[in-house]
Design a protein around this ligand. Structure first.
Ligand code: PLP
Length: 399
């Protein structure tokens, strides 16, 4: 039996516990949806205010130079590089995850004669949709993806941590198998970046999302990684002026930039980039190995507590923490209503069709005590059957 005191104890020994105060979380809320929209670090509001009033309002167009707007995609890219285990100069922050995936998979296909993209059923649908516009996507079960890397597969493109299960692929093993089979490897780190230590190893390309565990705010720009030795041959399918060698020469023909700049397209989303840049301050001096350690501790505690309560929720995420990201999913036929009832009681998770209750544990601001309190409310909602009230079954546009 796990008691609340045990959780308070775990928090007292948590080396990341102090980071919680840096977030503007409302009182009475346990936020378990940082895997979908990261929380707001308090200092970001003032930074954005300055960007709007002083940089945009007062300095106007001069800000591209005097306030560093022009360098933001690279500066943020380098900060992200540290978090995903990539060298400086190999990551640029721009566009959305969907668009960046289109760019890297297209570039990957351009460098091989093979025509098939291999992915899995656990991938995020936008990834599959985007790739289906480029080539045949062969979608296989998430177990043993390696066995499906046949000689016609040109690109293996997977999301490291599956959005609907929290299942985590073995990045090193799959990358190695893809290369051994003559395929290129693309990783989507949308549900990993900011939640764990990462090592891209020999992976050819990667993309990821700025508004989840990285806390960049709604619609924050995404990032794209190109392995350094592949940058000079990288063929961006969207040849926009910011990927040009000299955008402000206004030449009539396209010449790609030398470095990671060639992965860009158009004008950066400055305000969003400023928000993400500022949000990343929280990660300064944070050891990502500690982040992962805490993530495992939180998700394991949550699973233990829910299973101990025996509520009829079926665990969908792997029980083995080594195969699990920073989220835990359970299935229940009334999953949607249960989530709505939880949200009304201040426990914010989300629902993914058809029957998945999804809880994300952002290690920077979720505590063990939060986990305990959330499960207590979950137990209450499920065992009292209060979720059966009709008002919890009204569907919103965004779930
Ligand atoms: C969140 C997420 C996306 C989001 O893509 P957008 O272009 O930002 O809408 C894409 N892929 C995966 C795997 C995600 O988890």
């Amino acid at each position: 039996m796990i008691h609340r005191d045990d959780c308070t104890d775990l928090d007292a020994h948590d080396p990341l516990a102090h980071l919680r105060e840096r977030f503007a979380l409302p009182a009475g809320v346990v936020y378990l949806d940082g895997n979908s929209l990261g929380a707001l670090p308090s200092h970001v509001s003032a930074r954005l205010h300055t960007a709007v009033t002083e940089e945009w309002g007062r300095d106007l167009i001069r800000s591209w130079n005097v306030n560093g707007w022009a360098d933001l995609p690279y500066r943020v890219g380098d900060r992200l590089a540290r978090l995903i285990g990539a060298p400086a100069g190999s990551v640029v922050c721009c566009d959305s995850t969907s668009v960046n995936l289109f760019k890297v998979v297209s570039a990957a296909l351009a460098s091989t004669d093979r025509t098939v993209i291999l992915s899995d059923v656990g991938n995020f649908p936008t990834d599959l949709y985007v790739m289906s516009s480029l080539a045949e996507v062969r979608i296989v079960e998430s177990e043993n993806v390696i066995d499906h890397i046949t000689s016609d597969v040109g690109v293996v493109a997977l999301t490291h941590v599956g959005f609907g299960t929290g299942r985590m692929h073995d990045m090193a093993a799959i990358t190695q198998a893809a290369h051994a089979a003559g395929a290129l490897m693309v990783w989507d780190l949308a549900h990993s970046a900011g939640a764990m230590e990462l090592d891209l190893g020999d992976a050819d390309f990667a993309v990821g999302c700025g508004y989840k565990y990285l806390n960049g705010g709604p619609g924050a720009p995404a990032f794209v990684y190109v392995r350094p030795d592949r940058i000079s041959g990288f063929r961006n399918p969207i040849t926009g002026w910011f990927g040009h060698a000299a955008p402000f020469d206004f030449d009539l023909s396209f010449v790609p930039a030398e470095g990671i700049a060639r992965a860009r397209v158009g004008t950066p989303h400055v305000l969003s980039l400023v928000a993400l840049d500022s949000a990343l301050d929280v990660f300064d001096e944070v050891d990502m190995a500690e982040v992962r350690k805490k993530s495992v501790s939180l998700t394991s505690l949550f699973i233990d507590l829910v299973q101990q309560a025996d509520l009829g929720l079926r665990l969908v995420s792997p029980l083995d923490p080594a195969r699990r990201g920073s989220q835990v999913c359970f299935a229940h036929p009334d999953g949607y209503s249960i989530i709505q009832a939880l949200i009304e009681r201040g426990v914010i998770g989300d629902f993914r069709a058809p029957d998945i209750l999804r809880f994300g544990f952002a290690p920077l601001y979720v505590s063990h005590t939060d986990v305990f309190d959330a499960v207590r409310i979950l137990v209450d909602v499920v065992s009292s059957e209060v979720f059966r009230d009709a008002r919890y079954s009204t569907k919103n546009a965004v779930t």
